[in-house]
Design a protein around this ligand. Structure first.
Ligand code: JHZ
Length: 782
C-alpha cells in the first residue's frame, strides 16, 4: 500500500516506518520536525517526506495515498497542558480536518493514534474495554475523544477509519522519549542509581512496547476492511497492566545497585486505569505483541549503555518533548501556538540549518574526560559547495573543536552536524577523479582477490561505495559485490556501471537486516568512511554482523600520527568525526569483539592506515605489524595528551607563513589561483582567511564541482583548462596529497614558467628548471 505517516519523525513513527517498509509498503512522511534534534543511536532512515505542520495540510498533499496513519500531535499530558487551546487545535481540529481532506482525496484507510488516556480516572478495580465510559483528566485525553466521535461520522463505504487507543508506550526508539514512565525509570536507575517515582506508585497503567504499537498499526493496515471499519481498539496486552510501583521494582531488579526514591510531596496520580486489550488480538490473529515490560527494561538499559546516554541529555531537550518546546520558544524559533517562526525573522545563529549537537562523551569509549587540543572556530561545511541559488542566502557555519580522550586515546571533534546535511544529494566527492587513488585501489583489490581466493561464490561489500571506483575491480573478475552508500550522484554512477547499491547509511541495524536476508561478506571494505561515522561502536558492531565467520574487514583511515607530525590541520572538518591511531582503533575493535590482525601504513591522503580486522584472533594475538605500531605509538606518546599540545601553535605558524607569502606575492602584482576544490581546500582557505583578495578562483578536475563556489571564502570553481588559458603566476595547491599526480598533469603549466605553492607539510614553491622540478622553501623566495 501507499501510506502517508504523519509524525513520522517521532517516537513511534521512527519505529513504525521501517516496519512498514520491510512489509513492502511504500511509505512517505509528513512532519513539522519539532523533535528531530536528538537521536539515541543511529539517525532514523530518511524517507520521501513533507516538512509541514499538520494544520497546514491540503487535499493535494493526500492524493494518491491508500492510507493515512495519523500520529502527529501534541503527545504527552504535561505538554498538552502547556497550552490547552493549542492542544485542541492540533490534536482535535487539525486531526478532524486531516480526516476530512483524506476522504476528499480518496484515501481509503485512516488510522488514528488515539489513547487509553481517554479512560482517565477509571479507578483501580475494573478492567476497561473499548465499551467503557470515558473519564479524561487532561486536555490530551479529551482531544482524543473529540476526534474519535467527529471522525466516526465520516465513515462510509469509501472511508474506513480505525482508532488505536494505545496504552502508555515504552521501549527503544531512535527518537527516545524520556518522559514515558518505563523509559524514565530505567534512565534514572542507570544514570543516578535511583528509581525515582513522581507519584506514590499506586496508580494502574497499561503498558505497551513501541514495537508492538507499530505491529498493531501494521496489522490494522493490512486487515480486511470489514474487521476494522470504524472500530476502536485498545493497543497493548491485557497481561501488561502494572501499578507504577511494580514497574519501579522491576527496574530496580534489572539495574543493579539502584535504590527507590519518591519525589518530594508525591501524591497519587489521577490517571488510573487497567485496560483489556483482547479485542485486537481476537479480531486480528496476525497481531501478535511480543514484548513484556521486563524485556523492555533490559532492552532500554542496554540501549542507554550502548549509546552512551548521559543524564544531561536524558533530562534535556533532546529527549524531553516539553523541554524542547520550551527551549525553541525561549530561542524565538517557535511561537506560542507551536508554529515555527519564519527563518528570515530569526537571528542567523538560530536557524534550523545551523543546528548541531555537541557530544557529551567520547565517541568510542564513552568517557566524559576529554581534553581540547584545537579550536578552529566557526567553519562552513568542507564539502558544502554552493550553487548560484545558495549564494544569495547566509551560509551555515558550525564550531569545530578537536578533543583528545585520555581514556582510549581517540582524537575526535566535539560537534555533530546532522548526516543529511553533510552527505546530501549534492555531495560533490567522486572518488574516481584521482588516477593514483584508482591505481591504489586496484592493487588492493587484486591483493584481496588472491589472498582470500575470491571467486563467483564470494561476496564483497563496500561501505561508502561512492561511484563504484573500488568494487568495479572485483566485478570485472566476476566476483559478486554490494555497495552501500546513501549519496545520490556517485551511487547513480556506480549503478550505471552495473554495481548494486543499497542507498543507505551503513548502521548496525542495516547489517542485521542484511544478515537476516542471508547476506554476509567474505570481504567488507570501508575506505575513508570510519572517520565519517558519528556512532563508532554501532558501526563497528555492524561490520561484525556483515562478515562471514572467516571474513575480513579492510579499513583505510587517515592516520592521526601523520596528521599531527605533518600538521595536516586542513583534514579536520565536520565530516571527519574522528582521527585514528592504532592504539585507539585496537581498543574500539576489541570492545566490539573484533580482532585487528594486521596493519599497514600508507602514503595516501597525507598518510593513512590500512587495517585488517577479523572475527577471530590469529593464534590469539595481534600480528607483528599491530604490535610494532602499538609499541611505536606508545614510545612516541600518541596515547598521551602531551603529544598534541603544540599542534595548535604549529597550525597557526603554517597559517601565518602562508598568509604572509600570499600577501607578498599579491603585493608584487602576481596573479594567484587555487588548485582543487577539495574538502581540505575549503578548510585551509577558511581557517587561514584566504579569500578573493588573494586568489582569483580555484580549478578542479571534478566536473560536478564546476560552476559552484567554495563556501565561506566564496571562491568560484572552474575547469583546470583555465590554467593554461590564463597562465596565473602562482597556483596554491589545495590537494597537496595528490602533489605528484598534479605536477605530472600540469607539466605544461610548469614548463611555461608557472609556479605551484605547496602549503603542507611545509610551505614550498615548486617550479621547473630545465627538465626538473625544483622546490624552494618559502624563506628562500624573498
Ligand atoms: P581529495 C575527500 O577529501 C573527501 P578531499 C572525503 N570527505 C574524505 O574523507 C577524504 O577525501 C579522504 C581534485 N583533483 O581527494 C578532485 C583534481 O582536480 O584530496 C577533488 O575535487 N585534479 C570523502 O576532497 C580534489 O581534487 C587531480 O589531478 O580533501 C581531491 O580531493 C586530482 C588528483 C584531484 O579529497
Amino acid at each position: 500500500m501507499k501510506v502517508l505517516v504523519t509524525g513520522h519523525q517521532g517516537y513511534i513513527g521512527t519505529v513504525l516506518v521501517p516496519m512498514l517498509r520491510r512489509g513492502g509498503h511504500e511509505v512517505a512522511g509528513l512532519d513539522s520536525r519539532l523533535f528531530t534534534r536528538g537521536n539515541l543511536g543511529p539517525a532514523p532512515e530518511e524517507i520521501p517526506s513533507l516538512t509541514m505542520d499538520v494544520r497546514d495540510v491540503e487535499v493535494a498533499h493526500l492524493r494518491g495515498f491508500d492510507a493515512v496513519i495519523h500520529l502527529a500531535g501534541i503527545s504527552n499530558d504535561p505538554l498538552g497542558d502547556l497550552n490547552a487551546d493549542c492542544t485542541y487545535d492540533v490534536n482535535h481540529l487539525a486531526s478532524v480536518r486531516l480526516a476530512r481532506l483524506a476522504k476528499e482525496a480518496g484515501v481509503g484507510r485512516f488510522l488514528f493514534a488515539s489513547s487509553c488516556s481517554l479512560y482517565g480516572a477509571a479507578g483501580d478495580l475494573e478492567m476497561v474495554d473499548e465499551q467503557a465510559a470515558f473519564n479524561p483528566v487532561t486536555p490530551y485525553g479529551s482531544s482524543k475523544i473529540l476526534v474519535e466521535s467527529d471522525v466516526q461520522a465520516m465513515a462510509d463505504d469509501s472511508f474506513c477509519p480505525t482508532y488505536l487507543r494505545c496504552a502508555t508506550v515504552y521501549g527503544y526508539s531512535p527518537r527516545l522519549r524520556a518522559d514515558l514512565v518505563v523509559n524514565n525509570l530505567v534512565g534514572y536507575a542507570l544514570l543516578q542509581s535511583e528509581v525515582f517515582l513522581k507519584s506514590d506508585g499506586s496508580p494502574w497503567r497499561p503498558l505497551v512496547h513501541v514495537e508492538d504499537v507499530a505491529r498493531a498499526y501494521r496489522a490494522i493496515l493490512e486487515a480486511p476492511r470489514r474487521k476494522v471499519h470504524n472500530q476502536a481498539f485498545n493497543v497493548g496486552r491485557t497481561t501488561e497492566n502494572y501499578q507504577v510501583r511494580d514497574v519501579a521494582r522491576l527496574v530496580q531488579q534489572h539495574v543493579p545497585r539502584s535504590v527507590l526514591r519518591l519525589a518530594e510531596g508525591a501524591g497519587p496520580d489521577t490517571r488510573c486505569y487497567k485496560v483489556d486489550c483482547r479485542k485486537l488480538e481476537t479480531t486480528l490473529p496476525t497481531y501478535q505483541p511480543q514484548w513484556t515490560v521486563e524485556a523492555g527494561i533490559m532492552q532500554l538499559r542496554q540501549a542507554y549503555e550502548e549509546h552512551g546516554l548521559t543524564m544531561e541529555d536524558f533530562l534535556g531537550p533532546a529527549y524531553l518533548r516539553i523541554k524542547q518546546i520550551e527551549a525553541y520558544q525561549r530561542e524565538g524559533r517557535l511561537d506560542r501556538s507551536l508554529r515555527w517562526v519564519p527563518e528570515e525573522t530569526q537571528p542567523i545563529a538560530q536557524r534550523s540549518d545551523t543546528l548541531h549537537s555537541d557530544t557529551a562523551a567520547c565517541r568510542s569509549c564513552g568517557s566524559h574526560h576529554r581534553e581540547e587540543i584545537l579550536s578552529l572556530g566557526e567553519m562552513p561545511l568542507a564539502d558544502g559547495l554552493l550553487s548560484d541559488e545558495q549564494l544569495s542566502h547566509d551560509e551555515p557555519r558550525f564550531p569545530l573543536t578537536v578533543l583528545f580522550c585520555p581514556d582510549c586515546s581517540l582524537v575526535q571533534i566535539r560537534e555533530n552536524v546532522p548526516p543529511q546535511q553533510l552527505f546530501g544529494d549534492d555531495y560533490p566527492y567522486y572518488s574516481s577523479f584521482s588516477e593514483s587513488w584508482m591505481q591504489h585501489c586496484e592493487e588492493n583489490a587484486h591483493e584481496l582477490i588472491e589472498s582470500r581466493a575470491l571467486d563467483a561464490s564470494s561476496l564483497v561489500i563496500e561501505i561508502a561505495s561512492n561511484d563504484g571506483y573500488m568494487l568495479r575491480n572485483f566485478q570485472k573478475q566476476g566476483i559478486p559485490v554490494l555497495g552501500i552508500d546513501p549519496v545520490k550522484g556517485p551511487s547513480d554512477v556506480a549503478e550505471r556501471s552495473g554495481i548494486r547499491v543499497r542507498r543507505e547509511f551503513f548502521t548496525k541495524r542495516l547489517a542485521e537486516e542484511l544478515n537476516a536476508e542471508g547476506t554476509r561478506a567474505d570481504v567488507v571494505i570501508a575506505n575513508n568512511v570510519l572517520a565519517h561515522v558519528p556512532d563508532l561502536p554501532g558501526f563497528v558492531a555492524g561490520v561484525r554482523h556483515a562478515l562471514k565467520d572467516d571474513g575480513v574487514a579492510v579499513f583505510e583511515v587517515p592516520y592521526v600520527g601523520d596528521m599531527i607530525e605533518r600538521c595536516e590541520f586542513d583534514t579536520i572538518y565536520h565530516e571527519h568525526h574522528c582521527y585514528f591511531s592504532v592504539t585507539a582503533l585496537h581498543k574500539l575493535f576489541s570492545r566490539a569483539g573484533l580482532f585487528l590482525t594486521e596493519v599497514r601504513r600508507l602514503p595516501t591522503h597525507g598518510g593513512s592506515l590500512r587495517l585488517y580486522v577479523e572475527r577471530h584472533a590469529k593464534a590469539n594475538r595481534p600480528s607483528g605489524s599491530v604490535e610494532h605500531l602499538l609499541r611505536e605509538e606508545h614510545e612516541q606518546g600518541i596515547d598521551q595528551l602531551d603529544y598534541y599540545c603544540d599542534f595548535a601553535r604549529r597550525v597557526e605558524e603554517i597559517q601565518d607563513e602562508l598568509l604572509q607569502l600570499l600577501h607578498e606575492l599579491k603585493g608584487a602584482g602576481n596573479r594567484v589561483v587555487g588548485y582543487a576544490a577539495a574538502a581540505k581546500g575549503t578548510m585551509l582557505l577558511n581557517s587561514t582567511g584566504i579569500g578573493r583578495d588573494l586568489l582569483d578562483y580555484v580549478v578542479d578536475r571534478n566536473r560536478h564541482k564546476h560552476g559552484k563556489t567554495i563556501p565561506g571564502v566564496r571562491l568560484p570553481i572552474c575547469n583546470t583548462s583555465r590554467l593554461l588559458q590564463d597562465m596565473p603566476d602562482y597556483v596554491l595547491l589545495l590537494a597537496w596529497n595528490h602533489k605528484d599526480e598534479i605536477f605530472r598533469q600540469q607539466a605544461e603549466y610548469l614548463r611555461r614558467g608557472g609556479r605551484i605553492i605547496v602549503p603542507i607539510p611545509r610551505l614550498e614553491v615548486v617550479s621547473c628548471q630545465g627538465d626538473s622540478l625544483v622546490a624552494a622553501a618559502s624563506e628562500e623566495l624573498s
